[in-house]
Design a protein around this ligand. Structure first.
Ligand SMILES: [Zn+2]
Length: 141
C-alpha cells in the first residue's frame, strides 16, 4: 500500500466482530511470544531465578528466540490490529504509507498536531532535543 488510507467501520455489529477478531489475534500472538519468552527465561536463569552464564551451546537458541520474539512484535506493529501508540485494538485506523504502519485516527491526528506544536515551540526558542521531525512529518496531510 502506497497511499494514506483510512479504514472506518460504522455498523456497531461489524465493529464488534472486528474488535473480537483483533482480540483473538492479539491473544494468539501474545501466547506465541510468551512461549518463546518463557523458554529464553528458563535458559537464562537457574532454578532460584538467578541469571546464569549461558553455555556456548545454548547461545544460538537464545538468539533464535530473541529473533522470533522481535519478529512477532514487528508483525503486530505493522498490522492493523493494534495502534502502536495507544495500544488500543478497538479503533478505526489510518495507514501511514511512509512508516508502513497503521495508527488509530486519534493518535494519527495527535502526531500531526504535535508536529505543528513542536515547530511553533522551536520558533519561540523552546527546543526539545528529542523531536524527530522527519518522523512526525509523515503524519501531516
Ligand atoms: Zn492510538
Amino acid at each position: 500500500m502506497k497511499k494514506k488510507r483510512t479504514i472506518s467501520i460504522k455498523d456497531p455489529k461489524l465493529r464488534k466482530i472486528r474488535n473480537n477478531l483483533r482480540l483473538l489475534l492479539i491473544r494468539a500472538t501474545s501466547a506465541e511470544w510468551r512461549k518463546y519468552f518463557d523458554e529464553q527465561h528458563r535458559l537464562n536463569t537457574d532454578l532460584d531465578g538467578n541469571i546464569r552464564n549461558l553455555s556456548e551451546s545454548k547461545k544460538p537458541r537464545t538468539a533464535e528466540l530473541t529473533r522470533k520474539m522481535n519478529e512477532i512484535k514487528r508483525i503486530v506493529e505493522a498490522s492493523i490490529i493494534q495502534c502502536p501508540v495507544c495500544r488500543k485494538i478497538d479503533k478505526d485506523m489510518i495507514f501511514n504509507p511512509e512508516l508502513k504502519e497503521w495508527y488509530c485516527i486519534q493518535c494519527y491526528r495527535g502526531m500531526g498536531e504535535f508536529y505543528y506544536q513542536e515547530k511553533e515551540a522551536r520558533a519561540k526558542g523552546l527546543v526539545h532535543d528529542d523531536f524527530h521531525e522527519d518522523f512526525y512529518k509523515t503524519f501531516l496531510d
